[in-house]
Design a protein around this ligand. Structure first.
Ligand SMILES: [Zn+2]
Length: 191
């Protein structure tokens, strides 16, 4: 595996060094020595001007979508970036027929769903460069790369392409009570 080069601003070099980054004097570049996990250096993977803005505070958003029969659907995906296996989940709701439908564009969740998701910290508010928006998304537990909803939900190879109970690769946790989320997905008929 190639070494991971970092974009460390001059004023953050001591911090990077403390975490174990090395300086390549010839290339004039900090890098992660091979053999040590690069996750602690994630904030320097991209040049500062390309880094996402700080997360918005969505806690005051109205929880505009009621999920009557909520479920957390879990699977394992191969990270597109590091190729490691990483857990991924989607929040879903059952319709009158008992079929599961994915809930997308989640920006905030109520306390009961928040508690259920707290046990699964790889699913959290993240900035998507594809959509240029903040929403709950799956981040690789090895490298932190965002696992895009489009692949997970819409590609035939994606783990959530077919959400049937019988799918052996899915782990479905039904939540006991209805939950509410804030979503900006225009697909919903929102309150
Ligand atoms: Zn990864």
């Amino acid at each position: 595996m190639a070494r991971r080069d970092l974009h460390v601003p001059f004023e953050e070099k001591d911090e990077a060094k403390l975490l174990g980054a090395r300086w390549d004097a010839q290339a004039r570049c900090w890098y992660v020595p091979t053999g040590i996990p690069d996750e602690p250096f994630a904030r320097w993977f991209q040049p500062r001007e390309q880094r996402p803005p700080t997360p918005p505070d969505y806690s005051a958003l109205p929880l505009n979508l009621l999920i009557e029969q909520p479920a957390i659907v879990e699977a394992t995906a191969e990270c597109w970036s590091c190729r490691e296996g990483t857990p991924v989940l989607t929040v879903a709701g059952r319709d009158e027929d008992g079929d599961l439908a994915i809930v997308t564009g989640i920006q905030s969740v109520d306390a009961p769903l928040g508690r259920a998701l707290a046990e699964r910290p790889y699913y959290r508010l993240a900035f998507s460069r594809t959509t240029q928006q903040w929403a709950f998304a799956n981040l690789c537990t090895s490298c932190g790369a965002l696992q895009g909803d489009f692949f997970l939900h819409n590609e035939p190879d994606g783990p959530f392409f077919a959400l049937h109970n019988a799918e052996p690769h899915l782990r479905i946790t039904e939540l006991a009570e209805p939950v509410r989320v804030a979503t900006d997905d225009p697909a919903y008929d929102l309150e």
